[in-house]
Design a binder for this molecule. Structure first.
Ligand code: ARG
Length: 464
């Protein structure tokens, strides 16, 4: 019996002692990298075809391997694949099973390949396919925002700075303020996808492939856009993982801000929105409570995604060339970030699609003091320099406060005592709709400008 057979490991040839059981567990990645089974089998199928093209595999051997790989695939699909002790990772598990099914010819599949280029290829395929899923979820979220913004364009609410009532805005304008960051995330995702889709297969362990494997053929087979230029970089480069983690982090930062606004708006103090029961939970103690747990988790889970991003960057820092086992840490970071951001996107879309708005409460939260800027603009339109107009408007606010009345209740005499340009037409100012409609420049909160945003957003998500 050879050493390899004794240890049962693909790399067991030079070892005589058994692996410490804890080391075995510490080293193994099968418990999580089994998620990449499909990518691993696809990569092996393409590689066996490439080996056939250079004469390493006879036609019948290639067919035997391809059929065997399909059988392994069926086992994964039907849930009958049995992971065995000694299956260190998905690569060894699939190859072990292939050998059981087709016999020793399976041993030719790994010719010139290493788990280093195999693994890097699997991850890139997995990330590429996962980005397609995430893309759909971002688009769904954007679609919900656009639909809602279009439907509820007439609803007005207070806009805040420093969490203080600032100026009246359209509710749709608030919704869309959360669409644009996600729209940029979509653009980033598309840019990132290009950098993910570069093929490392054929880089071997580190030095390249000694059997003149046609890497461009492999790229075509596996739908990669290009091949990596340097085998050392190809096997060990994980920029795309770091980029994905940053992408996920920034997307969750955007969603957490969206969540935080809605948590505030759903509180009794605001009562601008009510979450659907489907996205709320009750309190085990206080019967009256309806908690926005969905949004709190969207806000809170941002932390773990950021943690994965910073944690993996720390893993990368100062690693020597080329593959080092530290890099195995890439997968759990990726998987956790992916699962979390995927759920967060879908939950956020669900919350927004199903909540109900309390337009009357939004309107009731508007106060005429929020029109103080408009008083200044009134004077500006009569030729008063803005700096003076701003001061005069402040005097109007102060006088109303002193008289314990609203600005619109001040008499014409009161107003004239502050500035001679005040006239009867000032009465038109005390209307929130009029206030909002003056912001008609691009990007503003007037109906025409908000409609334009909706149109542009629709176009950018391919809906117009
Ligand atoms: N499970 C390993 C990983 O995820 C696969 C690559 C192993 N390569 C090696 N030279 N030990 O990184």
């Amino acid at each position: 019996m050879s050493q390899m057979e004794k240890s049962g490991k693909l790399w067991g040839g030079r070892f005589s002692g058994a692996t410490d059981p804890l080391m075995e567990k510490f080293n193994a990645s099968i418990s999580f990298d089994k998620r990449m089974w499909r990518a691993d089998l696809e990569g092996s199928k393409a590689y066996s075809k490439a080996l056939h093209r250079v004469g390493i595999l006879a036609t019948c051997e290639m067919h035997s391997i391809l059929e065997g790989l399909d059988k392994v695939s069926e086992e994964w699909m039907s849930g009958t694949f049995q992971i065995q002790a000694g299956d260190e990772d998905i690569h060894t598990a699939n190859e072990r099973r292939l050998k059981e099914i087709i016999g020793t010819v399976a041993g030719k599949l790994h010719t010139g390949r290493s788990r280093n280029d195999q693994n890097a290829t699997d991850i890139r395929i997995w990330v590429r396919e996962s980005l397609k899923e995430l893309r759909k979820h971002v688009l769904e979220f954007l679609q919900v925002t656009v639909d809602r913004a279009e439907r509820e364009i007439d609803v007005l609410m207070p806009g805040y700075t420093h969490m203080q009532r600032a100026q009246p805005i359209r509710w749709s304008h608030w919704i869309l303020s959360h669409s644009w960051p996600l729209q940029r995330d979509l653009q980033k995702l598309d840019e990132l996808s290009k950098r993910v889709n570069v093929l490392p297969l054929g880089c071997g362990a580190l030095a390249g492939n000694p059997f003149a494997i046609d890497r461009e053929f492999l790229a075509r087979e596996l739908h990669f856009d290009s091949v990596s230029h340097n085998s050392l970089d190809g096997t060990a480069g994980r920029d795309f993982v770091a980029e994905f983690l940053f992408w996920a982090t920034l997307t969750t930062v955007h969603l957490s801000k969206f969540a935080e606004d809605l948590i505030i708006y759903s509180s009794n103090e605001f009562n601008f929105v009510s979450l659907a029961d489907a996205y709320s939970t009750g309190s085990s103690l206080m019967p009256q409570k309806k908690n926005p747990d969905s949004l709190e988790l969207v806000r809170g889970k941002c932390g773990r995604v950021f943690g994965r991003c910073s944690g993996f960057l720390m893993t990368l820092k100062g690693l020597p060339s080329t593959y080092n086992k530290d890099l195995q840490e890439d997968k759990e970071a990726l998987f956790e970030a992916y699962d979390t951001v995927s759920d967060m996107l879908q939950i956020s879309a669900g919350v927004l699609a199903t909540l109900t708005i309390n337009a009357d409460n939004m309107k009731a939260a508007l106060s005429t003091t929020m029109l103080a800027t408009d008083v200044a603009y009134y004077l500006v339109r009569k030729g008063v320099p803005f700096r003076d107009a701003h001061g005069k408007s402040g005097e109007v606010v102060a006088l109303a406060e002193k008289k314990n009345c609203k600005m619109q209740e001040l008499t014409m005499q009161d107003l004239k005592s502050i500035h001679s340009q005040f006239d009867e037409d000032v009465a038109k100012l005390w209307d929130y709709e009029t206030s909002v409609e003056q912001y008609s420049s691009l990007g503003g909160t007037a109906k025409s400008a908000v409609s334009k945003q909706i149109k542009e957003l629709k176009a950018s998500i391919g809906k117009e």
